[in-house]
Design a protein around this ligand. Structure first.
Ligand code: C2E
Ligand code: MG
Ligand code: MG
Length: 683
């Protein structure tokens, strides 16, 4: 009665139950099918992990069938209640168990897989959420650079949506068309780098890019993960800092640091290729004058214009830098002959020929250029600059004698420079160590033969070199500015001496102090008056000797300072008169007491007719302008006679006296003023 059709129906029922049912319902249904297939009144399905509390009724004759697939066990069928079970029934139950086992097996696999799938799905979802949350843009690509994923950060950064980006090659984001995917990514994979990328709107930006390999389960590389951050702001800040560090704010030109760097680089190349180059040190002449007279704004504008002209005069590969103030430097990195360097230097000088029109002023500046050549002069930028500076200094000196504004560095310049520096530092110490002293050279009135004053002349009592004359250190002190301190010391020492003489009751005289152009500032009158007061001296004790060249700088300002001095009763005399180029029209306006005929003219008297003519002209000018006139450097009686005849008022020179130490001067003064000897008086 239990045919194959029934068995088939039962098989289908097993499949159906396993697929659709769970728990007790499944247990119940499988038991029912087992009963049905074997025609048993009792029967059940006992799942793997269940132990039934009671046995089935009539179990003695019942059947049990394990449900098993491979080694996997799913429980058993139990049926009972029939007196006996035929082989066919056993067979059916076994077949049913086998079918149930394989269906349960397949189902459990499927169920587990589904579960795992759901978990993976959830994790992926999770991860992409995290990726989208982070600000950074993260994208992945395959080994050929085709984008495989694209997070929200990437959308924000580049402006392309994931749909637009995924599947395209990463190269479409590059700014530089020459950059290839292989170079940039595969070789540098895992590295951090800074790159330029392009947004959808065409904007190019700087990004920091970090790449790490993307691997499959077997750890085989299948692509790259890229993390990108926009660093444009930082890059711009860096560039600004770089610009500040390497460029001059006023002119926008490279500064000393950048020049040094570039020259050093060029030197390395030159050493390998046996090339030559040179460094030029350029200093503008008389720039300070313009700056002081017309003000900083004009000075700055002039510097900007000058740098523009230099730039235009040079080739692109040459570097021009502003070092400081009115100092510029040029690096020529590939020259073959010295003359090329001087050609370029001349071009630079020519560039200054045209006047500069600034703020309504028609300005002219020239420059002095020193050149050092590498590799022969030096092997590093600092040395080359230093040597070019020395050469420039020489060029400046030469310019006044031979008009040549360009000088190449040479060894003996260096010696001169070292000497110069030695003197400078020695003089600084001399100021602090009381090594300076004053000598006094009497000035005589020709008509009376009386000493009416003295010129205070500074000397340096050098510990090794003995008494150093001012000619050996004053010009240097003027170049370095140290002359201001020297001048302060001299005024102080001269006033102290005058006070001592005054207190001793010596006849009152005028002490003349030399004032250099550098000292001749608007602070001078105040300083002089304050010093006189401190020593209890009337202004008539003091006279200031100013050189003609002092007057040529900013005449209005100079006259203002002179007026303030003379208003206080301080006498002014014009030293070295005739050597400069003061125009007579100006001379009229200077509130001067005395003109001092320079020694170079006195020397030629009476032999040199030219000198004689000059001396007598100066005397007549002085007379017309109602100035007194004194001749310095009078060594002979003939000179004195000529000067006396020409109407000169006073004389100073070796004929009467050399500059004397204070005690000797004191003696000379007392003698000169002593009443005539009784014999002479009675004669
Ligand atoms: P100076 O102001 O024209 O001074 C006159 C110079 O001529 C002095 O040289 C003096 O000794 C020298 N002299 C005077 N009579 C004769 C003479 O008959 N024959 C010869 N051959 N020379 C004579 P000294 O003392 O060597 O000073 C040289 C220059 O140094 C001065 O020229 C002056 O320009 C500068 N100097 C001296 N002392 C000072 C100072 O305290 N401050 C400043 N700024 N400059 C000073
Ligand atoms: Mg003098
Ligand atoms: Mg003089």
């Amino acid at each position: 009665m239990h045919g194959p059709v029934d068995f088939l129906a039962s098989s289908a029922a097993v499949c159906d139950a396993v697929l659709r049912m769970r728990g007790p319902a499944l247990v119940e249904e499988l038991g029912r099918i087992a009963r049905e297939v074997t025609g048993s009144p009792h029967g059940r399905y006992v799942p793997r992990d269940m132990t039934p509390a009671t046995g089935l009724p009539g179990w003695e004759t019942g059947l049990s069938q394990l449900i098993q697939f491979d080694s996997q066990y799913f429980g058993r069928f139990e049926v009972s209640g029939r007196d006996a079970y035929s082989d066919a029934s056993r067979q059916h139950l076994a077949s049913l168990a086998s079918l149930a086992a394989s269906v349960l097996q397949v189902h459990s696999v499927a169920q587990r897989t589904t579960h795992a799938y759901v978990q993976v799905e959830a994790r992926l979802q999770h991860q992409s959420q995290i990726l989208d949350q982070i600000h950074e843009s993260v994208l992945t690509m395959d080994l050929n650079g085709f984008i495989t994923s694209w997070n929200k950060g990437a959308e924000r950064l580049f402006g392309y949506s994931a749909v637009e980006a995924i599947g395209r090659n990463i190269i479409f984001l590059y700014d530089d068309e020459d950059e290839t995917f292989d170079d940039a990514f595969l070789e540098q994979g895992g590295r951090l780098m800074e790159v330029r990328r392009k947004k959808k709107n065409g904007e190019v930006f700087w990004a920091s890019l970090s790449l790490s390999p993307l691997c499959d389960m077997e750890d085989r590389s299948i692509g790259l993960i890229a993390y990108l951050t926009d660093i444009t702001e930082r890059k711009q800040a860096e560039e600004r800092i770089h610009h500040l560090a390497y460029y001059d704010a006023l002119t926008g030109m490279p500064n000393r640091s950048l020049l040094t760097k570039l020259v050093d680089q060029a030197l390395t190349v030159a050493l390998r290729s046996h090339g030559h180059g040179c460094v030029m040190f350029i200093d503008l002449n008389r720039f300070k004058l313009i700056n002081d007279t017309l003000g900083r704004t004009v000075g700055d504008a002039l510097l900007r214009e000058v740098s523009q002209r230099f730039r235009l005069a040079l080739r692109d590969q040459d570097v021009v830098a502003r070092l400081s103030g009115d100092e510029f430097a040029v690096g020529l990195f590939d020259i073959h002959q010295h003359y090329e360097a001087s050609m370029v230097a001349n071009k630079l000088l020519d560039a200054l020929n045209e006047p500069f029109l600034i703020d309504g002023h028609d300005l002219r500046v020239s420059a002095s250029i020193g050149i050092s050549v590498y590799p022969q002069d030096g092997n590093d930028a600092e040395t080359l600059l230093r040597l070019a500076d020395i050469a420039m200094y020489r060029a400046k000196q030469n310019a006044s004698t031979d008009g040549e504004h360009i000088a190449f560095y040479s060894q003996d310049m260096n010696k001169g420079m070292q000497e110069r520096m030695r003197i400078e530092s020695g003089l600084r110490q001399a100021l602090g160590n009381g090594q300076l002293l004053l000598h006094y050279q009497p000035k005589y009135e020709i008509s009376s033969g009386k000493i009416i004053g003295a010129e205070a002349l500074v000397r340096w009592k050098h510990p090794e070199r003995g008494l150093v004359p001012p000619a050996e250190f004053i010009p240097l002190a003027e170049a370095t500015g140290l002359v201001v301190q020297v001048g302060e010391w001299v005024l102080e020492a001269a006033c102290a001496q005058a006070q001592a003489w005054k207190e001793k009751g010596l006849p009152p005289i005028r002490l003349a102090v030399n004032v250099s152009a550098r000292e001749f500032t608007s602070a001078l009158p105040g300083r002089v008056m304050e010093t006189l007061q401190r020593y209890g001296l009337e202004p008539s004790w003091l006279e200031l000797e100013i050189t003609e060249s002092t007057l040529m700088h900013n005449i209005e300002r100079v006259i203002g300072i002179m007026d303030r001095l003379t208003a206080e009763g301080i006498a002014l005399s014009l030293d070295d008169f005739g050597t400069g180029y003061s125009s007579l029209s100006y001379l009229k306006r200077f509130p001067i007491d005395t003109l001092k005929i320079d020694r170079s003219f006195t020397t030629g008297i009476p032999v040199d007719t030219n000198d004689c003519a000059i001396a007598s002209t100066i005397i007549s000018i002085a007379q017309q302008l109602k100035h007194k006139v004194i001749a310095e450097g009078v060594e002979t009686a003939e000179q004195l006679a000529f000067l006396k005849d020409s109407g000169c008022d006073e004389v100073q020179g070796y004929l009467f006296s050399r500059p004397l130490p204070s005690l000797e001067f004191e003696r000379a003064l007392l003698q000169n003023w002593a009443p005539p000897e009784p014999i002479a008086a009675s004669a």
